[in-house]
Each structure stands twice: as C-alpha cells, then as structure tokens.
Write a protein that binds this ligand. Structure first.
Ligand code: SAH
Length: 466
C-alpha cells in the first residue's frame, strides 16, 4: 500500500520539516497490522516526494485476531486487497507516522505548516465504492484536481471490464495538514469499510480531523455515514455536533467580533448605509429571485423581504449558528404562509459549486469576501461567476485606506478579527474588473458612506451585470 506526497514549494525539501522526517533516512515503524516505512524518493529544492509504504500482513491479521475463530476458514481472509489497497489501514498509518503534521505543528517551519503550498498526492490503488463519480464528489469540493485511471479487473482479459479500483492523483494548493486530514477521513469513506470496530469515539475522531472543513462539504452526510460504518445513531450525532460546533467559524466569538466591527464603524452607522445602498441596487434591478451569500444573521434578507418585490429570497451561510440567528430574526416559524414561501435559509459554502445557487436574478455578497482566505478567492469566483451565474452580483467589502479615519481602530489593524484581508480601492477594482472580464460581466464601482477626498469611502461596492 503506497501513498506519495510531493510538493514543488521552494524549498521543496521543507516537506521533511513539515512531516517531521529527515529526507535522508528511511523511517520504519512496526504496527499491529504490519510495517510502515517512510522514504523520500526525491529531495531537491524544486521538488520533494515522500513515500509512505505500508506492508500489511494479511496472514498476521488473521492470526492476531482476538476471540474464537471457529471454523470460518475462508480464502478471503488470506487473499484480499488489504495489502495494496488504500484503506483504513492507510489512515491509521498516516495518523501514526505523520501524527504531528496532522495537527498542523512544525517545530522548524511553523509558518509553512500554516501556509497553503502546491501538493500532489498519488495513490496507485484506491478502492472506490460508487466509482469515479464518488471520488470526484469527495475531493473536488475541497479544491483538488482529481486524475483517476480505472484499473482493469484483469489486464489479460480486458473484456472483463474495470475493477472498483482506481489509480488516483490529487493536485491542489493547501496546507499539508489539510491534505493529510482529507486523506485520513476520505480514504476509508471511499473504501466504505473499516478494519476495526467503530464506536462513539470514532465520532470524536471524525470531528477532530474533519472539524475545519467537513461542515461545509456538500457530501458531509455521505462522508459521516460511511466513516461511521452506516451506524445511524453515530452519524446523526456526528452531523449535529459538526453543524453546531462550526470550529472554523466560532459563532460566539463571531458575535463578539461583529460587535467590535460595529463599534469601529458606528459613528457613521455604516451598516445602515450599506443596507440602503444594496437595497437601492436591488430595487433598481427589479430582480425577483435574490440570493444573499454569507447572509449572517439575516439583516439584509429581512430588508429584502420588506423593501423589494422579490418572490424568492435565499439566504446562504456556512455557519449553522448564524442561520439559526437569521431564522430567529425573521421569525420563520411563525411567519404567515405567503411570506414564508418567499424565503429560505440554507447552509452552504461560497467556495463550492452549488446547484441551489443557479437561476437567480441577483446575488448579494455583503462584507463576506474579506472573510475568505485569499487562496480560496478563485474557488469563490468560479462557483459564483462561472457556475451559479446570477444576472447581477453585488459585492461589498471594506476600503482599507479609510481605516486611518476610524478613531477607535489602532493603526495598521483590520476592522474585524476574522478579516483575512482588506483591500485598497485599486486592489478591489483590479479584482473586480478581472473577474468581470473573465466571466462576461460589466462592472461598476461605488463608495458607500462619507467620501473622503483622499481616502475614499469606508465601504466599497462592485455591481456586476451580465
Ligand atoms: N452579509 C452579512 C454577514 C457578513 S459577516 C452582513 O452583511 O451582515 C460574514 C459572513 O460570511 C458570516 O456570517 C460567515 O459565516 C459567512 N462566511 C464566511 N465564509 C463563508 C464561506 N466560505 N461560505 C459561506 N459563508 C461564509
């Protein structure tokens, strides 16, 4: 059973620091099911490849199995795919030999451990229950390019067709820990099997390794179900905890931070002006189907329902807690039926293609993009402008130049702790015009709030039209 991980990040040999393995040595670890070796098949500044080779001993597995074996001898116990197919054995091996890397720690390269780098993972034999489609549905939403070649059942008898095994290469840009977590969780999911008993602590394991990304994964239900070996109780528990916890977006902290942002921006009640500007655009466009992406606690959704003729308003947010807040604000449970028909709130991530977002006249993305990691902006752009393609898109984001005028904001800080960036006017304009050009939209830029002659307005808005 083989897994190779390569990077072309310079200097590529830093991969050794990230994996806590010296590229010049062979590292061997004895495990209950066999021996696991880590070797580096190449290690130059331009490209470095670490190979994890797990020698699974199928005979040893049967011999070591606890409890009475009775007479159930079958060839299957001895001749099976476990020695070479990527399965839960590989996950256990990853956990054991790359345990520190999985937690995102690196003594020598702490910053690099936190930095998305180009990675390529190759697995020569991956069992895929559900075929290539499932493979893609699991890995593509995480931002990987998936190359899969089916392996024939028997190469001397091509007529027999393909097996359920694929040779798989995943290419992407992510933190090394992300790649390891994705493999750790998704390989047994693809195999749809585990070599050990699955109990409640398996839910903890799933949340520990999937907490940062699973809640926003469109296949999270399938993943949880298969990972927990179709145990319905454990699966329900895992999904509930996953959606309630939102580890990537702690709602309580979020609320505190939102308040901080409101305090910073308060003297001009910027939020109110922003809502008014967006509503003005929506009224002008006359669109009847409106989706609010990153709707948060639903302030804009509330105003759209009140102030426009929209027939269908969809609020989308990655945070389950935010959606609960929105549902309370809108009094969804006691809303009159005709109003209720106009509005829907769903959980979703803006960086993933989502069929539910197609067919809208307008999409609003208000004070959201600055919460995305810059490397994910491309995924956001593709999901919205190439895939969902609403007729209009309204995006707002802070103008960082204006921050100097906020009395309560220490210089050099952003307005909100969760902001990953704040752009100058020219940065926003450059992004917006490139996006418009790439996807066949026209774009116009506006300032919202008091306009300073040198620094511009505190909020900037881009309105894209097809
Ligand atoms: N639009 C709202 C909320 C802005 S705060 C307003 O103007 O008041 C940013 C919101 O974006 C948060 O609710 C956060 O949960 C959501 N968000 C951040 N990243 C997201 C992502 N990748 N997908 C969907 N929502 C996201």
């Amino acid at each position: 059973m083989l897994l190779t991980i390569s990077t072309t990040h310079e200097s590529a040999t830093d991969l050794g620091f990230l994996l806590h393995k010296n590229p010049g040595r062979v590292h061997s670890t004895e495990m209950s099911f066999g021996t696991v070796h880590v070797v580096f098949s190449e290690a130059s500044d331009e490209r470095c490849t670490a190979a994890l080779l797990a020698e699974v001993d199928p005979v040893g597995l049967v011999r070591d199995r606890k409890g009475p074996k009775g007479n159930d001898f079958s060839l299957d116990q001895y001749v099976n795919d476990r020695p070479y197919a990527a399965s839960s054995f590989l996950s256990v091996a990853i956990n054991r030999v790359f345990g520190t890397a999985l937690t995102g720690r690196s003594k020598e390269r702490p910053e690099l451990a936190d930095t998305p780098i180009p990675v390529s993972a190759h697995l020569p034999v991956v069992p895929c229950r559900g075929g290539e489609e499932i493979l893609r549905r699991l890995f593509e939403p995480l931002g990987y390019r998936v190359d899969a070649t089916p392996i024939p059942l028997d190469s001397t008898f091509p007529a027999w067709g393909d097996s359920r095994y694929f040779s798989v290469t995943l290419n992407g840009t992510c933190r090394l820990r992300d790649l390891l977590e994705h493999l750790f969780v998704l390989l047994p999911v693809l195999d749809d099997d585990k070599h050990y008993w699955v109990g409640p602590d398996e839910v903890d394991k799933l949340l520990r390794r999937g907490g940062q990304w699973l809640a926003a994964h469109p296949e999270r239900e399938l993943i949880a179900r298969r990972y927990l070996r179709h145990d319905r109780r454990l699966t329900t528990d895992a999904l509930a905890r996953l959606l309630a916890d939102e580890p990537g977006d702690p709602d309580e902290l979020g609320a505190v931070h939102d308040e901080e942002e409101a305090i910073v921006e308060k003297p001009i009640s910027l939020n109110e002006q922003r809502l008014a500007a967006v509503i003005g655009q929506l009224q002008g466009s006359g669109g009847r189907r409106i989706v609010d992406l990153g709707c948060g606690s639903g302030k804009l959704v509330e105003r759209i329902l009140r102030d426009t003729k929209a027939e269908r308003v969809l609020g989308v947010d990655v945070s389950y807690g935010a959606l609960q807040g929105a549902s309370r604000r809108l009094h969804l449970d006691t809303m009159a039926p005709r109003q209720r028909e106009r509005v829907e709130l769903v959980q979703g991530a803006l960086t993933y293609r989502d069929r539910r977002l197609q067919g809208f006249d307008a999409a609003t993305v208000i004070e959201v993009i600055e919460h995305l990691d810059p490397p994910r902006l491309g995924a956001f752009e593709r999901a919205l402008f190439a895939y969902a393609r609403p007729a209009r898109v309204i995006v707002t984001t802070p103008n960082v130049e204006y921050n100097a005028l906020f009395a309560t904001l220490p210089s050099g800080t952003l307005r909100h702790r969760d902001h990953r960036f704040e752009w100058t006017r020219s940065q926003f304009e450059a992004w917006a015009s490139e996006v418009a050009q790439r996807h066949g939209y026209q774009v116009e830029l506006y300032g919202i709030g008091p306009d300073d002659p040198d620094l511009g307005a505190p909020t900037q808005m881009a309105v894209f039209r097809q």
